[in-house]
Design a binder for this molecule. Structure first.
Ligand code: ATP
Ligand code: MG
Ligand code: FE
Length: 344
């Protein structure tokens, strides 16, 4: 099926068009620059930017794909989770298209879409698989039996998301927002074992209650303390070493827990998604550690890891292909839509 997907859960206005597993267009307009001076996404600013970007982004996607709106078989949209006002813009736009074109509407879960997007690059999803989603707003381990119906949360962050930790540590080091790519780059020339930063929720006692959960706020605090101590002592801070050591701590915990979850649930495929999946060290470490255990790792290319419309279209097409029921036209935007609800 030919499906158009709309994503507006955070600061990216994404419109993607797919035919089955084939990506035809992935138009993204980001308001990230407008948030940079605040050091984080401002919901009101994001909603307004979505409103302004929506029609031009839809037009751009159709042009790239070489399709007319009337060619579409279905419309998919992120109905949650995300920023309420931002989601509303996407949901209202998708409803308008669905009604005007007389085509089914699928309000889909943002996290399930991050999983489904991999099909556009690597073909049919291995199911069951273990999905690790790491972004500015999420850090979750999911057991995916069927991406259209059965996604079970195994664990998540109990405080900051992984991407949030990258952004906050970047700020401490005087690097621009969003910090992830800058830390990644700085770390390339740093020593990853220069500083032994803490690995959250990995002590024997923590593992009893939080085996598949993450915690990154302690790590962020440890970096802040280290920087302060150095400054007080009048020492210069080796940004590359701090970045590399911090990045190593995050990637170590993420891959350790993902491998443990996969082994515990007897799945051989691990899928990594979300903006932090663009991290070069995470990709390398996950592939290396998984191979040592006889597990396979799939990571979409960076452009498909961050928020985009193609992932929503990919999940929509899969829902249509598997004959799943569409959403009602009074579909609400649900800022806290649980991952167990793949279609609202
Ligand atoms: P959501 O959490 O709802 O998906 P988001 O906009 O925060 O929304 P993404 O766009 O998927 O999520 O990812 C952005 C995050 O990914 C930012 O925190 C950014 O710092 C981080 N990021 C991007 N590239 C890298 C990288 N190379 N290394 C580490 N982190 C990265
Ligand atoms: Mg984003
Ligand atoms: Fe996302």
């Amino acid at each position: 099926p030919l499906v158009l997907g709309i994503e507006t859960s955070c600061d990216e206005t994404g419109v993607g068009i797919v035919r089955g597993h084939t990506l035809l267009a992935d138009a993204v307009a980001s308001s990230v620059d407008e948030h940079a001076r605040f050091g984080g996404v401002v919901p009101e600013v994001a909603s307004r930017a979505h409103l302004e970007a929506m029609v031009p982004t839809i037009e751009r996607a159709c042009e790239t794909a070489g399709v007319a709106l009337t060619d579409l078989d279905g419309i998919a949209v992120t109905s949650g989770p995300g920023l309420a006002g931002a989601l509303l813009v996407g949901v209202a736009s998708a409803k308008a298209l669905s009604i005007a074109l007389g085509k089914p509407l699928y309000g889909v879960n943002h996290l399930a879409a991050h999983v489904a997007v991999d099909q556009l690059e690597h073909g049919p999803l291995p199911e069951p698989c273990l999905a690790m989603l790491v972004s500015g707003g999420h850090s979750s381990l999911l057991l995916v039996e069927d991406v259209t119906t059965g996604v079970d949360p195994l664990g998540a962050t109990i405080d900051d998301a992984a991407g949030e930790a990258f952004d906050k540590v970047a700020r401490l080091l005087g690097l621009p927002f969003p910090g992830g790519p800058h830390i990644d780059r700085a770390a390339a020339s740093g020593n990853a074992v220069a500083i032994d930063f803490p690995r959250g929720l990995t002590s024997r006692r923590d593992l009893e209650r939080h085996r598949f959960d993450f915690s990154f706020s302690g790590l962020k605090t440890a970096v802040a303390r280290w920087v302060e101590t150095q400054q007080r002592a009048g020492a210069t801070i080796d940004v590359a070493d701090v970045a590399a050591s911090f990045q190593e701590a995050v990637c170590d915990v993420l891959t350790r827990k993902a491998l443990d979850a996969a082994a515990t649930h007897g799945v051989e495929d691990i899928l990594i998604g979300g903006g932090v999946a663009a991290n070069s060290r995470l990709r390398a470490m996950a592939v290396e550690r998984a191979a040592a255990k006889g597990l396979r790792v799939r990571v979409p290319r960076p452009g498909l890891c961050t928020d985009n419309g193609a992932m929503v279209a990919a999940l929509g097409a899969e829902l249509m292909q598997r004959g799943r029921a569409p959403s009602a036209l009074d579909l609400p935007a649900d800022s806290s839509q649980p991952v167990t609800t793949v279609v609202a």
